[in-house]
Design a protein around this ligand. Structure first.
Ligand SMILES: Cc1cc2nc3c(=O)[nH]c(=O)nc-3n(C[C@H](O)[C@H](O)[C@H](O)COP(=O)(O)O)c2cc1C
Length: 195
């Protein structure tokens, strides 16, 4: 499945526990001939957690893509007027970023890139990972799933016994979800069975 030198924005937000599964998917896009620009939310570019240091994640993204990651709103704004990307994927997408995107809030580099890109009438693919997907964020997922140019990486309950409100994307489906979205289609089934 080649991405044929499409320009792909790959945006990280602060679901740090998923980074070890998301970075291999970034590598997979590059192996499949995507020309990738990474973008980090303010929190993802600054928070050091038990899952790793922010500086290490930024360095890894820069090494893989050959470009420094975009980490400021002013850099991210350029994706709009520059009409640079063919598609933008937000992976992982936190509950925080889902809620803001659904409500037109633009206070992080990732949200700024999404706003600029959507103004160009191009697709955004979301790979959610949040403990409140079936709680306070369900209404925002509902808003986004019905929104023009928004697509989802198929997602489902990742641990319904221990975390009954949590949902997470199947990150290994990022590439096929992008491929479908570039053709204006949602990869199906979008809602997966219990994990
Ligand atoms: C160690 C750690 C793990 C986190 N994991 C998640 C997560 O999996 N999903 C989520 O929605 N938020 C998670 N958060 C909370 C977000 O980082 C927080 O909501 C932050 O404001 C997100 O900002 P952003 O969406 O701009 O990146 C986590 C926070 C920390 C410190």
């Amino acid at each position: 499945m080649t991405l044929n030198h499409k320009k792909v924005g790959f945006a990280f937000t602060g679901s740090f526990c998923t980074y070890d599964r998301v970075f291999p998917e970034l590598e997979r896009l590059i192996q499949n001939e995507a020309d990738v620009y990474t973008i980090f939310s303010k929190n993802s570019s600054t928070i050091n957690s038990r899952f790793g240091k922010a500086a290490d994640f930024l360095a890894r993204a820069g090494q893989l893509t050959g470009r420094p990651p975009v980490i400021t709103i002013e850099e991210a704004e350029k994706f709009g007027p520059g009409n640079i990307l063919d598609i933008l994927v937000i992976a992982p997408c936190t509950g925080n970023t889902l809620a803001k995107l659904a409500n037109g809030i633009t206070d992080s580099p990732v949200l700024m890139a999404a706003k600029g890109h959507l103004r160009n009438n191009k697709p955004v693919v979301l790979a959610p990972s949040t403990n409140d997907a079936l709680g306070s964020n369900l209404k925002n997922i509902g808003v986004l799933i019905a929104m023009k140019n928004i697509f989802f990486v198929p997602f489902g309950q990742d641990n319904y016994k221990a975390k009954p409100f949590s949902m997470s994307a199947r990150f290994d489906l990022i590439l096929p979800a992008i491929s479908e979205a570039l053709n204006g289609r949602q990869l199906q089934p979008v809602i997966l069975g219990p994990g």
